[in-house]
Design a protein around this ligand. Sequence first.
Ligand code: HEC
Length: 238
Amino acid sequence: MRRYLSVLLVIVLALIGFFGFQGKTSKDTPVYVFDDMDYQSKYKPQGENTFFADGRDARLPVAGTVARGNAIESNQVFADDYRYTAALNPSFVTGKDAQGHFLVNFPEKSLELLPTGELKPFNIDAKTFETGRTKFQIYCAVCHGAAADGNGIMKVRSAVEGDVAINTIANLQAALYRDYPAGQIFDVITHGKNTMQGYGDKLSPEERWSVIAYLRALQLSQSFPGELIPANVKNNIK
Ligand code: HEC
């Protein structure tokens, strides 16, 4: 009987020892029977590492690396024949020439490679205008208006609500903006200006140039030079 009681006591004490203090906080290092994955060799962010010559854990991405998932043009980037073409044609992604001046017109070459390894010319064709029209209507028309005259829905709204800040929306039909170098408009779209935010993260470089092509068409539509009107049309206008 006594033996039985002492065995029972040991079991009860063991059980209390194991479960009795659960949920209590303690400053002592816990006894790990199984340490699961609490302790394992790993690299910590910004940590040191003697394996690499520069002594850093974190490795820099390989040149030309593009983030997966949110990358613009990811299909192209992961295609077999992908080359980091922006390096071959910096003007296309900056809107500036080698001297740092804004391109007056559109870039001559695109970012696409021909099988010969040369860059394809950047053609402004019906597809370019269609892309430009779609993107302009999504990203620009709310403020600058469908005709780029600065009378978008935001202007209407600000007139109703008396929001002064939005009154600065530029009228892109003004002579100033007709004369603006294409590269400078590219720069404004990429980085924004004053109260206008940038759209560089939403529009790829091709799409930005397409928007500019469409904007140029809109500008032309509102100030068409008389000498370009065919004679038969001109006669009908009178
Ligand atoms: C949310 C409103 C808004 C949207 C959307 C918007 N803009 Fe603007 N934009 C402005 C405002 C405001 C200004 C005037 C900024 C300033 O104070 O100089 C401006 C100015 C400009 C200018 C003239 C910049 C200069 O150097 O004076 C250009 C060009 C322009 N926008 C193009 C665009 C294009 C192209 C898009 C579409 C990709 C676009 N904007 C989308 C509000 C907007």
